[in-house]
Design a binder for this molecule. Structure first.
Ligand SMILES: Cc1cc2nc3c(=O)[nH]c(=O)nc-3n(C[C@H](O)[C@H](O)[C@H](O)COP(=O)(O)OP(=O)(O)OC[C@H]3O[C@@H](n4cnc5c(N)ncnc54)[C@H](O)[C@@H]3O)c2cc1C
Length: 283
């Protein structure tokens, strides 16, 4: 039923260059930190080939902000034996490309809660882990230049009290006061969200990694997953060049790169995103 593609290393590398700009190592400068996490895989001796255990409870594939954040949250919640495998270096996928804009805003109330929790996490992560995250919160204004957009802002204001996220309906005069450089032609109103801003995605991921390790997760870099094999017990054999790990559960956080075992996710009912990207032949 499952078809696992076992490819040679050369083919594997070729597949991962499908989006070469997403697969390069990070070039961002590292924020000043109290600890140096730039050798994240090695700073505490975490080289996969030296791993003694051949099992894991949760195994996360991919060391972008999503995978590392998951490792942090699971380990902090008390889950034992969380293992993360990253094929090159942490943030080497799309994470280090991100502008890092952060917002409380979301039109849907559920994801708005996720945005709120994320910002609250970013505000305290440096104190928790000792790793600076480069978080700045100047606020943002969403501009309405049509009657329809004004209605949308008013609708969003009617939902303000679902969450503690700050947001204000502001007039053109207030917009001009906050941002005098803006061309005010056609500006009818604005939604002002204090606390919005930007963060350094590289440093954020390193802080989450520091926290994940602090709570007991193990993060391995230079550890590409080459194949996934379901076994009868419901567990998964995760193959790497350094050996195979048997995991109770796996999480695919490998981003937009299309690894050789990608096709297996066609079997997951809610994998619409994967199916869509796979069918597009873009990856
Ligand atoms: C130009 C740009 C600007 C952006 N701006 C913003 C913004 O302002 N705000 C915002 O919120 N978002 C922004 N984003 C989106 C954001 O960067 C992504 O949503 C986020 O980085 C996705 O993280 P991820 O962990 O899912 O994926 P990735 O960061 O791609 O991580 C996936 C990781 O999996 C690893 N991997 C892949 N295959 C394997 C394998 N076989 N074995 C082991 N590891 C593997 C990769 O090496 C990679 O490190 C931007 C993105 C881009 C490209």
């Amino acid at each position: 039923m499952y078809r696992i593609l076992k490819l040679s290393n050369a083919k594997f590398r070729r597949d991962l260059t499908c989006f070469p700009f997403l697969c390069q190592p990070p070039l961002r400068t590292i924020s000043r930190t109290s600890k140096n996490y730039s050798e994240e895989g090695n700073q505490d001796g975490n080289v996969l080939r030296k791993r003694l255990k051949e099992t894991a409870d949760t195994l996360i594939i991919g060391g972008g902000c999503v995978g590392v954040s998951l490792a942090y949250h699971l380990a902090k919640a008390g889950q034992k034996d969380v293992v993360l495998l990253e094929k090159t270096e942490l943030t080497a996928g799309s994470t280090w490309h991100a502008a890092g804009l952060t917002t409380y805003y979301h039109p849907g109330i559920n994801l708005k809660k996720v945005h709120y929790d994320s910002i609250k996490l970013y505000e305290q992560l440096e104190a928790e882990t000792g790793q600076a995250v480069g978080f700045h919160q100047p606020g943002s204004i969403r501009i309405a230049s049509s009657a329809l957009r004004v209605d949308e802002i008013k609708y969003q204001m009617s939902r303000t009290h679902w969450h503690p996220s700050p947001q204000y309906y502001i007039t053109p005069e207030k917009i001009h006061e906050l941002f005098p450089l803006l061309n005010m032609n056609k500006v009818l109103a604005g939604l002002y969200t204090t606390g919005d801003g930007h963060i350094d995605p590289y440093s954020l991921t390193m802080a989450l990694a520091a926290g994940a390790r602090m709570y007991g997760a193990q993060i391995y870099t230079q550890a590409p997953v080459e194949a996934l094999t379901p076994v009868a017990s419901g567990k998964w054999d995760v193959k790497t060049p350094h050996g195979t790990i048997r995991a109770n559960r796996i999480v695919n956080a490998s981003g937009l790169c299309k690894p050789p075992w990608f096709n297996i996710f066609y079997l997951i009912p809610d994998g619409a995103r994967f199916r869509h990207l796979g069918d597009s032949d873009m990856l």
